[in-house]
Write a protein that binds this ligand. Structure first.
Ligand code: GAL
Length: 954
């Protein structure tokens, strides 16, 4: 077995063919295998491929699985860099080699019929022996390989031996940004030799007539039965026109059950009729341009890595559908074939990407890139063939992608040419070919909005070659990756969405990426790069998903759901505007309930009837008393009946509008404020009524987010350079002014002359209320964005609950706030935290009008009111603790509750990979004032008892 260091993709394998299950018997070879990990291929135990070998001293390993997740070797994470020298096709000598053995029994009849051994995925190279006879070998980790076992099968006991090398020549083609994990990680099955070896379904839909055509090319003559469309045992490979069919789309995934039969064998299939085209510069399906509201999906499970169960696949799709995601790019390899069947069934557009990436050659200026080296040609073609042949019958697959970040070169061109020939029905995608010479769509990753805008107007920078330029300028445009969902973010989703709305050429994109690839770890909770002492690694760059490793949606996914909602509802003036943003569906599957809330309390509700796109008059709202509070009307679009992906009532979209403004703040009689309420050394307030506090003081720092830490000149570097993480407060003066107390401070960092002068004017109002007016004046040069501009205060640790009226329920930031709706919310302090795997700023609630923080004891609480609003963060650790921690598990509650009250925060952006915070969301330093009122919460927390509630308290 020396081929593991050859350019050749394998030997002894059967020709690639479609994935399908016939009714022929199959033997599932998943389960527990005998296993031994040798340090190198040459160190594999002598004769361990022979049936008589004594493996009683070996351990066990499940198949499918990665051996590193079962105590053999360790996971390793790199993004771009190869974890071995660039010395193709040679893998390193330290090349852990998994030796697998298992037995199975066959009755004589069955043995006589021969068979095919199928592997759905083995990482990275393997050789197979059956009963001591070598069947062949294969590279291409995320692609199937089949071997003919006829002649090697025996009646009775059979012994299968597999040797898997961790590294191979193929590893040079598999430099995807993910964990390096090895072994037989997808199913192994023994099939009877198929009568019908392969077939290719061509099922087109003609949107001009509503008719369809079906023709199935087969390897041997077969008949087709499609009862619903009146086809019974017709020759499959003749075109059959059907005058009326329901087309397949991601929104309406209509599948027709059918059967192919030949020589006593039957294959059940599900056919979707649809036609994909690039015409007039647009990507269309069934004659209509489509919009990708997509995600990049790696296969991932925090305990099993890329060995994912059907349950996990289904969970991903359900979560996607429930968050309005309509498309998946299978970054950066073909997924388990079952996943694509589920996409057919539940409805997602799929860009199926080949198992190919050579990004690490970037570090040597692409010298020696396999994409341009003819010795690799066969390996490239082999990978493409194996994907296209396997997945060609999936209606959900509407585009083939050659791979990811593999530079350019004729091997890629050859892949494209072969594919076009084999399957002219689907366009080809490949991002790294920036001139789009072999792709049918123009695709980029992480361009800033202004560039997308130019592309949308077809006014992008011209290419030097005019013919190439004309070709590319005529192509539709997609963002195969955008909005890097690492940590807190992405910010700016709605800015991209606006461009997709504005420019038909911009047909949407795929957020990077679906899931955080955290690995469950006893000490860290979830591990990332470096946690396994890797020699080279890329840290937490692998934690960049819209869902946490355990698939809990992150705020980024909630925001994305809102931004891409297929129905836009705007409430304003005297009407509700409903826009249908589906590509195919009308609104008849939705119901439109509404609620009217006064200060977050429902005062009326109903359902809008017969909603069609356009303007709907406002429902009749109740007469509210003169002194009623701020009132909002919320209209939601929910599923009227259950869909296969969500129950009836599931919310798809919503819109809110204010129907009654915030009442004017009543003027309250002032009282004299005592200087004793303040610490004479610092000027900080000591108590609100009977509640001891460390009073609010100016605070600019936030624990940098991954996005703050990204980009060519990270904000974080600027901020730390300016000492914003170590600001000191000097008390300039504390004095009485009328009945008020005025505290002046100068806030600055060691070594710098720039400062913020902060003036706190405190006034006492009737009812024990304390009003603070903060004035901030920058001194010196502040020519960079601030992390925050606000206050921080400390409360006793007994405070454990937060109720507020304002934006929620989740966190929000200037450029990621679409999903926050105005309402009344209540949570524990713990529930307010967003458990980013890598700790960073989180949990800010925006547009808060008032909040009450309370604990067990009556009277043990604080009410804060904004004028009119503030940003609220409540946690049991400081920003500095968050900043210092490297894993969520390191955060330990302190004996206090820390409350941030913000006038503003900087946006989030997506600089961890891509553009930073857009100018509109940058927080610049300028003179500002900010007013809040504080009062002790006394007695029971009920609406009437809350002091200062507009319209309730006197
Ligand atoms: C892209 C790449 C992805 C991922 C992403 C950053 O360049 O295609 O695989 O690395 O950047 O997370």
């Amino acid at each position: 077995m020396s081929e593991y260091r050859d350019f050749s993709p394998g030997s002894g394998r059967r020709a690639p063919r479609a994935a399908f299950a016939s009714d022929a018997p199959r033997i599932d070879l998943n389960g527990v295998w005998r296993f031994h990990l040798a340090p190198a291929p040459g160190a594999a135990p002598e004769g361990s491929h022979l049936p008589g070998f004594d493996d009683s001293g070996w351990g066990e390993l499940p198949v499918p699985a990665h051996w590193q997740l079962h105590g053999h070797g360790r996971p390793a994470y790199t993004n771009v860099v190869y974890p071995f020298p660039l010395d193709a096709p040679h893998p390193p000598d330290e090349n852990p080699t998994g030796c697998y053995r298992r037995e199975f029994e066959l009755d004589p009849q069955r043995a006589g019929r021969g068979g095919v051994l199928r592997f759905e995925g083995v990482d990275s190279f393997f050789t197979v022996w059956l009963n001591g006879r070598e069947l062949g070998c294969s590279a291409g980790s995320r692609l199937p390989a089949e071997f003919d076992v006829t002649g090697a099968l025996r009646a009775g006991r059979n012994v299968l031996a597999i040797r898997v090398t961790q590294w191979s020549a193929g590893s040079y083609l598999e430099d995807q940004d993910m964990w390096w994990l090895s072994g037989i990680f997808r199913d192994v099955v023994l099939l009877e030799p198929p009568v019908l070896n392969d077939f290719f379904v061509h099922a087109d839909y003609d949107h001009t007539t509503g008719g369809g055509t079906v023709r199935i090319e087969t390897s041997v003559p077969a008949t087709l039965t499609l009862p619903e469309l009146g086809l019974h045992g017709v020759p499959s490979d003749e075109p059959h026109s059907i005058p009326a069919v329901e087309p397949w789309t991601a929104e309406t995934p209509r599948l027709y059950d059918a059967e192919l039969a030949t020589g006593g064998e039957r294959v059940a299939l599900r056919i979707g009729f649809r036609t994909v085209r690039v015409e007039d510069g647009l990507l269309t399906v069934n004659g209509r341009p489509i919009r990708f509201r997509g995600v990049n999906r790696h296969e991932w499970h925090p305990e099993t890595g890329r060995a994912v169960s059907e349950e996990t696949m289904r969970a991903d799709i359900l979560l996607m559908k429930r968050h309005n995601v309509n498309a998946v790019r299978t970054s950066h390899y073909p997924p388990h074939p079952r996943f694509l069947e589920l996409c057919d069934e539940l409805g997602l557009w799929v860009v199926a990407e080949c198992d190919l990436e050579t990004h690490g050659y970037f570090f040597v200026d692409w010298r020696g890139n396999p994409s341009a080296d003819p010795r690799w040609r066969e390996a490239y073609l082999d990978r493409m063939r194996r994907m296209v042949e396997r997945d060609k019958n999936r209606p959900s697959v509407i585009m083939w992608s050659l791979g990811n970040e593999s530079g350019t070169g004729d091997n890629l061109r050859a892949m494209a040419e072969w594919t076009r020939e084999r399957d002219p029905s689907r366009p080809i995608h490949y991002e790294h070919d920036h001139d789009s010479t072999y792709a049918d769509v123009y695709s980029l990753m992480y361009p800033p909005v202004d560039e997308v805008d130019r592309i949308g107007r077809r006014e992008e920078e011209p290419l030097a070659d005019t013919a190439a330029d004309a070709h590319r300028r005529a192509l539709p445009f997609v963002l195969c990756e955008y909005a890097h969902a690492m940590g807190n973010g992405p910010g700016g989703l709605s800015d991209y969405e606006e461009l997709f709305d504005r420019h038909p050429r911009c047909q949407g994109g795929f957020v990077w990426e679906w899931i955080d690839h955290g690995i469950v770890h006893p000490e860290h909770g979830h591990a990332y790069g470096g946690d396994f002492d890797e020699e080279v690694h890329d840290g937490n760059f692998v934690i960049d998903g819209l869902v946490f490793p355990d698939r809990t949606p992150s705020p980024g996914l909630i925001e994305y759901k809102k931004v891409i909602e297929p129905v836009r509802i705007s409430v304003g003036g005297d009407a509700i505007r409903i826009e249908n943003r589906h590509d195919f569906r009308d609104l008849s599957h939705l119901a439109f309930p509404w609620t009217c809330e006064e200060e977050g309390v429902v005062v009326a509700e109903g359902v809008l009837e017969d909603v069609t796109p356009g303007e709907v008059p406002l429902p009749k709202l109740p007469e509210l008393p003169e002194n009623a509070g701020e009132t909002w009307l919320t209209v939601r679009a929910v599923l009227a009946a259950a869909e296969p992906w969500a129950p009836a009532g599931h919310e798809v979209a919503w819109g809110q509008g204010r129907v009654r403004p915030v009442p004017a703040r009543p003027r309250r009689p002032r009282r004299d404020l005592d200087l004793d309420a303040f610490d004479p050394l610092t000027g900080r307030l000591r108590a609100v009524g009977g509640l001891a506090v460390a009073g609010p003081r100016l605070d600019l720092w936030r624990a940098p987010t991954d996005n703050d830490r990204g980009g060519p000149l990270p904000d974080e570097r600027v901020w730390r350079g300016a000492g914003l993480d170590r600001l000191r407060h000097r008390l300039v003066g504390i004095e009485r002014d009328g009945g008020d107390v005025v505290v002046r401070t100068r806030v600055a960092a060691a070594g710098h002359d720039r400062a913020m002068s902060a003036t706190y004017r405190w006034s006492a109002e009737e009812g024990g209320r304390l009003r603070l007016e903060l004035g901030v004046e920058p001194e010196g040069e502040w020519n960079f964005a601030l992390p925050r501009l606000g206050l921080r205060m400390e409360l006793p640790s007994g405070i454990d609950r937060v109720a507020w009226y304002g934006g929620g329920p989740g966190e929000a930031y200037a450029d990621s706030r679409q999903a926050a709706r105005i309402g009344r919310y209540a949570m524990t302090v713990e529930e307010m935290q967003i458990p980013y795997v890598f700790p960073q700023e989180n949990g800010n609630r925006m547009d808060v009008r008032w909040a009450e923080l309370t604990g067990g004891d009556p009277g043990h609480g604080l009410r804060i009111e904004g004028e009119p609003v503030f940003g609220l963060t409540v946690r049991r650790w400081t920003s500095e603790d968050l900043d210092a921690a490297r894993h969520h598990a390191e955060l330990v509650p302190r004996e206090a509750v820390y409350v941030n009250l913000d006038l503003a925060q900087n946006g989030l952006g997506t600089a961890s990979c891509g553009p930073g915070v857009l100018p509109a969301y940058r927080l610049t330093a300028r003179p500002a004032t900010f007013a809040l009122t504080f009062a002790q919460v006394t007695g029971q927390r009920s609406r009437g008892a809350m002091p200062g509630m507009p319209g309730t308290a006197g």
